[in-house]
Design a protein around this ligand. Structure first.
Ligand code: ZN
Length: 481
């Protein structure tokens, strides 16, 4: 039987290509997807949860089974009087499925001359299988030699393992913020969670009208699936300028202080926290925005990034209201007023000390004072951020490197560069241009242009003392002379 659904009307839908195996990972992924769909439609009278599947009572009543390996296609006739909004269900569910299964989900719409890949018989057989859950697999016969089962086979089934399969997170509904990314496994510090190219980027623009027309032009140039990914993003600025509203809500700068910003289908779903467990950074070599865990993240924990660091509660609130039209209720912003005061004062002190350290004249003439300030900043960062200070630690160690190399102290400079590199690689990845630059300075600190400005603390790189315990080594390292 090779007839297609096109023979019987105009259909739209999406396919799972290739179909899912029975591996544990796919069982888990499909369960997360079904959970998300149930939550989205929990108050929708047209959506009914049956014992083994969900049915959408619109169009031809398309279904989603609870066993993912049975699923081939979600489809419905979109023409005729019974459509009842089935097209909207189909699009929304396809977008949700795409977040979990990426390019395995293929959306098609016969009005656009796009067709499903499975034939009528295959699809109908799969629908019939939804009614009954599978019987448990029979155990192997004792006389049959056991085939070795790797952990990978158990987790992934027999499908080839791709990057997509190793996804460390699920997209899930998050109270108060719509959707968010939740860790599927325990994620180690420094692990790259996600790397994504922008759907499109735009430079900073003054007027809202120009902003809207620029975003609209960029949007029109995208493929249909990409346009849907963009339109599926949250908009905190509904009204006259819908597309620039979505862009403004979600855009991230392409590098610190960059006037160019981009939007990303998955990365833009990551919510903000002032004490975030992950860091976003633009890699100008790969033109990708990367997300790294800056501390260990437990399975089930939401993955968060920080849009604005180091400011007081009032400044943060004003910035979030103006730039994103949202209010933050993270652990820090929800502290009682006396604790907020302590946090605000500490953040102010960190900023003032940073300004003092960045003073070039002082770095040359009062290096011991600058180094003492660095040590104080380190202590304050640990008090304020615990283990989530991220790039602030990398910057701090880099400042300590600068102080020492300006005084020609290669030994201490190389140790500080090593620490700056370690912290930077956690936040941005070892492959980022900045990580590689600092690694070069760690290997040869004399490559920095400040080397030799003063010879007051001159040492050779090999003069790092051996055999000291931690306390003695730290004393030597931070020694101001
Ligand atoms: Zn906050």
């Amino acid at each position: 039987m090779t007839s297609t659904l096109a023979d019987m009307g105009i259909y739209a839908g999406f396919d799972m290509v290739p179909r899912l195996s029975k591996g544990l990972l796919y069982i888990h992924k499909w369960e997360s997807f079904i959970k998300m769909i149930k939550e989205i439609y929990q108050n929708d009278d047209l959506v009914e949860v049956k014992p083994n599947y969900i049915v959408f009572k619109a169009g031809e009543h398309p279904m989603l089974p609870f066993e993912g390996h049975k699923f081939l296609q979600f489809n419905s006739k979109v023409s005729g009087s019974h459509a009842n909004g089935v097209e909207v269900y189909t699009r929304t569910i396809a977008e949700g499925a795409k977040l979990q299964f990426g390019s395995r989900i293929r959306y098609w719409d016969e009005t656009l001359d796009q067709f499903g890949v499975y034939n009528w018989q295959e699809v109908n057989d799969s629908f019939k299988s939804y009614e009954q859950p599978d019987k448990p697999d029979k155990p192997d016969k004792p006389d049959k030699p056991e085939s070795p089962t790797s952990i990978a086979q158990l987790v992934f089934g027999t499908d080839p393992i791709s990057e997509l399969d190793l996804q460390l997170f699920d997209v899930q509904p998050v109270p108060g913020t719509g959707r968010g990314l939740v860790a599927r496994f325990n994620i180690a510090t420094g692990k790259r969670i996600l790397s994504e190219k922008p759907l499109f980027t735009i430079p900073g623009i003054q007027s809202m009208e120009l902003y809207e027309s620029t975003v609209t032009t960029k949007l029109k140039a995208l493929s249909k699936p990409e346009q849907r990914e963009f339109l599926f993003l949250h908009n905190n600025f509904p009204g006259k300028h819908p597309f620039s509203g979505i862009f403004k809500t979600n855009a991230l700068p392409c590098g610190p202080g960059s006037a160019i910003s981009g939007v990303y289908p998955t990365l833009c779903l990551i919510n903000h926290s002032c004490l975030a467990n992950a860091h976003f950074s633009w890699n100008s070599d790969t033109n990708c925005e990367n997300i790294h865990a800056i501390r260990a993240i437990k399975a089930g924990e939401e993955i968060t990034i920080c849009y604005m660091k180091g400011h007081s509660l009032d400044s943060r609130r004003a910035y979030f209201r103006e730039s994103f039209s949202f209010s933050c209720d993270c652990g820090l912003c929800s502290l009682p007023p006396p604790d907020i005061q302590i946090s605000d004062a500490r953040r102010l002190q960190i900023r003032l000390l940073h300004d003092a350290v960045d003073d070039q004249c002082r770095m040359i003439n009062k290096p011991a004072d600058c180094l003492a300030d660095c040590q104080r900043i380190l202590q304050l960062l640990k008090e304020e951020y615990q283990d989530t200070a991220g790039t602030s630690i990398a910057i701090l160690y880099y400042d300590a490197f600068l102080i020492n190399i300006t005084q020609s102290d290669q030994a201490r400079a190389s140790v500080f560069a090593e620490r700056a590199y370690g912290s930077r690689a956690i936040c941005d990845g070892a492959d980022s241009p900045e990580s590689r630059r600092i690694k070069g300075l760690m290997e040869d600190p004399t490559n920095h242009m400040n080397f030799g400005i003063s010879k007051k603390w001159e040492t050779a790189k090999g003069q790092v003392p051996m055999g000291l315990d931690t306390v003695e080594f730290e004393k030597w390292l931070w020694e101001g002379r």
